[in-house]
Each structure stands twice: as C-alpha cells, then as structure tokens.
Design a protein around this ligand. Structure first.
Ligand code: AMP
Ligand code: ZN
Length: 347
C-alpha cells in the first residue's frame, strides 16, 4: 500500500515570493470588481457570472480528472435528514459549525405572536435586531449539509452489502458552516465537489493516495503554488486538541494548501480524508465478507480554488496565463491525460 505523501513536503511551483504570499486585500478587490457580491453578512456572498464561469469550468476539469473512476454521480440539495445528521456524530466534533433549519409550525395564535415580535424587531431599524420572533420557529426534520459527502454514507448503507469492488460516488453541493469571517476563503455557504470511496482499507487508502496525486496535478495545471500537509481541524472544546492531535498522528487527513487571502497562513483548497471505519460503523456499511467498510473522500473547495485563481492570476480572466486559459476554456483532456500519465495514476 502506498503511504501518503510525507507531511509538509513542499510542492511549490516555481515562483517569486510575492506570488506565494496571501493577499488580505483580495475580498475588497473582488467586491469592488463586482466578482463577489457583498450581502452585508460576513461569509455570505453573491457570485457574478465570471466567478460562476470559473467554478463551472473547474467542476468540468475535476470531472475529466475522475473520468476513469466510473463514479456514481449523485446530486443532493444543500440539506440532509436531521436523523442522519444526528447519527453522523458531527455534533461531537463541530457543534459550533452546524446549521439547523427551523420553520413556523404554529396556529393562528402563534402567528399573531410571531407578527408582534417581528414588529418589535423591525422597529429598531438598522440597529442590531432581536431574534424574538424566532421563538415561534420550531426545528424541521432537515439540517444544512456540513460536507457534501454526508448524505452518501447512510444511502450506501441502506442499499445493503457492498459489491466486491466497493463504491465510488461523485457529489457536488452547497455546504453550510457557521463560521462568519471577513476572510473571503472562509464562507458560511460554499460548494464542495467530492469523490467518495467506500470499500476495504486497501481500496480506500489507494484511492486517497491517488487523489492526493491527482489533486496536486490539477493545481499544478492551474499554476497555483501549493503545499500538501496534515490537516489541523478545529475540533470543538477542551478535548478538541486531543482529537486534532490524534487525527494528525494517524495521518487521517491531508490538505492541499494555497496562499489565498488569510494573512501569513495558507488556505486549504482541497482535502483528502480517511475516516477508517467511522462511517462504516455508524451506519453499518458492510463489505462482502461482513466486515465493516472503510471510507475516504477527496473534497475540492470550489470557492477557495476559484479565489486562489483570482489571487494568483489577477481579476481579469482574459489575462490569465495562456496554459491556464487553455486548460479551463480550451481542450483540457490531453493536458489531463498527460498529467495523469506523469503521476502514474491513470487507470
Ligand atoms: P473540510 O471538510 O473542512 O476538509 O472541507 C473540505 C473543503 O471545503 C476544504 O478543503 C475547503 O476547500 C472547503 N471549505 C471548508 N470550509 C470552508 C469555508 N468556510 N469556506 C469555503 N470553503 C471551505
Ligand atoms: Zn467528504
């Protein structure tokens, strides 16, 4: 079995110091240029045509990159069953990031109270508003999806035992995380494209290694400077540091990091996760021999990668490097075939 890339191995493209630095002015420049649209809430943006065009094109090259995977393409809305979310143990690790969906489910009296409370809220004008009207809102059976792969595991489990070759699924969804920030790379709603592997430990580890190499090949074709390193997830609470240390020690998660906007810090644009039998156990996903399935996923942060392109190649996409333009707007297939042949991870 191939072991993951050594932590912190520098895989930076050649470049001058300025091109590998983050840029704290990026958010303002993107808003000024109309590429991102400020909604008045940190981490919630509108996207312009040019931003969406880059996201679409990235999405297409990711499809080409995974064309040999015969992945089952599934698309879910940005919400999932609360039941499945409760089972997932997300609340153990990231209670502060989760978003729930509430709705009014009362009667006429409740409606009256809601409107009264809303009047009070509106009366304060533009000042910080009270959320009293929300006392009338009750939880629905849905929550916002925290990561695009979450709806997949219970679905695979419901289908019964895995086939010998396991399963590969391709998803793409808006995700929610309650982490309002001025950093444009830290949004509250953003898209993740993912490939998910379910199978034996060997199948899953080989998949992750393959995607560390392929993700690196993609970012090289985008001509972005990057590093691969072990992740440092923000697990909640006093025990959080211990969980994060253990995640690092077991090399469960690698990230591909690019200087984007955060000052003095790189931003994770892709992540490569090995969950061991965590999800297999929660949902009882079984392999043909009855043992628990292992899972892994590769996540492409669509907004972060797009922001990285604007950061490094400029706000005018017509002036991006010729090879990057050909890759995104021209015929990417031969470039990908060539890159895959070089990584030795073609089918
Ligand atoms: P994670 O599950 O935290 O590894 O996230 C998967 C990918 O989603 C990351 O590699 C990022 O590219 C992207 N991502 C995570 N959090 C955010 C966020 N707050 N804003 C934008 N992109 C994010
Ligand atoms: Zn995932």
């Amino acid at each position: 079995m191939n072991m993951p890339t050594e932590p912190a191995v520098l895989m930076q493209a050649e470049g001058q110091t300025s091109s590998v630095a983050s840029d704290p002015t990026l958010r303002d420049r993107l808003i000024e240029a109309g590429i991102l649209i400020d909604t008045g809430e940190n981490g919630l943006y509108g996207r312009s045509e040019v931003f969406e065009d880059v996201v679409d094109r990235l999405n297409k090259v990711i499809t080409l990159l995974g064309a040999d995977q015969s992945a089952e393409v599934l698309r879910f809305p940005p919400a999932m069953r609360r039941h499945d979310f409760e089972d997932s143990e997300y609340l153990k690790s990231f209670p502060d990031l989760a978003g729930t969906i509430h709705a009014f489910q009362g009667n006429d009296r409740g409606h009256h109270r809601l409107l009264e409370a809303l009047d009070k809220t509106l009366a304060v004008g533009d000042q910080e508003r009270s959320d009293e009207w929300m006392d009338q809102q009750k939880p629905t059976r849905l929550v916002l999806t925290p990561a695009a792969c979450y709806p997949v595991y219970p679905l695979i489990a419901r289908r019964g035992k895995l086939a010998e070759e396991g399963a590969i699924v391709d998803v793409f969804a808006y995700c929610f995380r309650h982490e309002p920030s001025i950093d444009p790379g830290r949004m509250q709603m953003f898209r993740m494209r993912e490939y998910i592997r379910v199978g034996s430990p060997a199948q899953v580890m080989a998949f992750r290694q393959k995607w560390i190499e392929r993700g690196s090949a993609l970012v090289r074709l985008l001509q972005l400077p990057f590093e691969i390193d072990l992740a440092n997830d923000p697990f909640f609470g006093r025990g959080g540091k211990i969980v994060a240390d253990s995640q690092r020690e077991q090399q469960l998660k690698f990230e591909l990091l690019v200087p984007v906007a955060t000052p003095n810090k790189l931003t994770a644009c892709l992540s490569f996760n090995y969950h061991m039998e965590h999800f297999g156990e929660i949902w009882n996903i079984q392999q043909t021999d009855d043992s628990l399935a292992h899972t892994a996923c590769v996540g492409f942060g669509m907004e972060r990668t797009t922001l990285a392109l604007f950061r490094h190649h400029g706000l005018d996409v017509t002036k991006w490097p010729e090879a990057v333009r050909t890759f995104l707007w021209g015929d990417a297939a031969p470039m990908i075939a060539d890159a895959l042949a070089r990584t030795g991870t073609n089918a």
